[in-house]
Design a protein around this ligand. Structure first.
Ligand SMILES: [Cu+2]
Length: 360
């Protein structure tokens, strides 16, 4: 199953690239002059706010943006099927109840030339996971006592981490750029500024690192190649995009988060002068974790087990943009339409991103 799936993944990637290139080549002929895109894509950027790489700038054109993303997860599933707590407590000491993730992203963008744009992005995250224990362990002194004093109210147990995530730097180059079309090759690097050594508090992982999902960074240097095709006119806009996160090295704790592939496609339409709306489909594949954090007891809870990571999710999004001179306010909400994760994991329930963007 796995090689076939990877083969299909590769095929989609190549097809996507081929399609965008051939489509863009058709219009390359029109691009006798590479005009600034002031009036077609940047100034009136119809792209949904969840899209991080969407366009290149004209020379010396700056952009500053802030985004806040909220994501929630719930329930326990094994390879896509719901699984009862009773079954899971045979293997794990604790179980997650729900998880929320809040990400704040600050981004700066500048056109170096009419074709080359540089971009930097800072992340600040707050991750929270609510936990549950089997009913009995509050009253019975069981065999696997793990740093718990007795008499805690386990209902309110949770773990959380807050801090800066990894910093991403991107170079975007327009292979083709006309009034209406952009074909952008992008290459980014992720600098591992986010902590991978967050410890727990109180009675949750008090003397140990929190599990992988609770850490702020990957700890690895990442290469972020991508290709984006953008069609933009004043009333209508659309895009196809393929992005990859290649985690190059094992981090200093001794594991390596899985590589990620994203295929994005969106359409946007201007409703009135100041409003636009968008529809987006996103497919995300995350590869499993390589090796493990040996400081974690893997039967503590599913997130502490490195084999419970990675999988696939397809998400549908609906977005709104509001334009005010050179500023843009946006919201985009997403619901998963399909998800299947490796091992035991929670399912994503919804995601919402709000953002402000300023062009100068
Ligand atoms: Cu921009």
């Amino acid at each position: 199953m796995i090689p076939t799936f990877k083969y299909r993944l590769g095929l989609v990637f190549v097809l996507c690239m081929q399609l965008t290139i051939s489509h863009a080549q058709k219009f390359q002929k029109d691009s006798t002059n590479t005009q600034n895109c002031v009036d077609c894509c940047c100034h009136q950027d119809l792209a949904p706010v969840g899209i991080m790489i969407g366009h290149v700038h004209g020379k010396r054109q700056w952009m500053l943006s802030y985004r806040m993303m909220f994501m929630s997860m719930k329930g326990n599933y094994e390879n896509g099927k719901a699984i009862t707590n009773e079954t899971l407590f045979n293997t794990y000491l604790m179980l997650p109840k729900s998880m929320t993730m809040q990400m704040h992203m600050l981004m700066g963008m500048v056109g170096i030339t009419d074709r080359l744009t540089l971009m930097a992005m800072l992340h600040f995250n707050h991750i929270n996971m609510a936990m549950q224990m089997p009913e009995i362990s509050a009253s019975v002194a069981d065999g696997h006592n793990h740093n718990h004093g007795s008499g805690h109210d386990h209902d309110g147990m949770h773990m959380q981490s807050t801090g800066f995530g990894d910093t991403k730097l991107h170079a975007l180059y327009a292979i083709c750029k006309t009034n209406n079309h952009q074909l952008i090759a992008s290459l980014g690097a992720s600098v591992p500024t986010g902590s991978i050594a967050y410890h727990g508090h109180d009675d949750m992982y008090a003397d140990s690192r929190l599990p992988y999902a609770m850490q702020q960074g990957s700890g690895s240097v990442e290469a972020l190649p991508g290709i984006t095709y953008l069609y933009a006119q004043s009333k209508f806009s659309g895009s196809v995009q393929a992005l990859y996160t290649w985690r190059i090295n094992q981090n200093k704790i001794g594991y390596q988060l899985g590589n990620e592939s994203i295929v994005n496609t969106w359409l946007a339409y201007r409703l009135y002068n100041k409003w636009s709306t968008s529809l987006r489909g996103e497919w995300l594949n995350i590869a499993p974790i390589k090796d493990a954090d040996i400081g974690l007891y893997k039967f503590m809870e599913p997130a502490a087990n490195a084999s419970n990571y990675g999988g696939n999710i397809a998400t549908g999004y609906l977005g709104i943009n509001f334009f005010l001179n050179k500023q843009r306010l946006s919201v985009e909400a997403g619901l998963p339409v399909f998800q299947k994760w490796n091992g035991v994991q929670m399912h994503r329930t919804f995601a919402i991103t709000a953002g402000w963007q300023f062009l100068f």
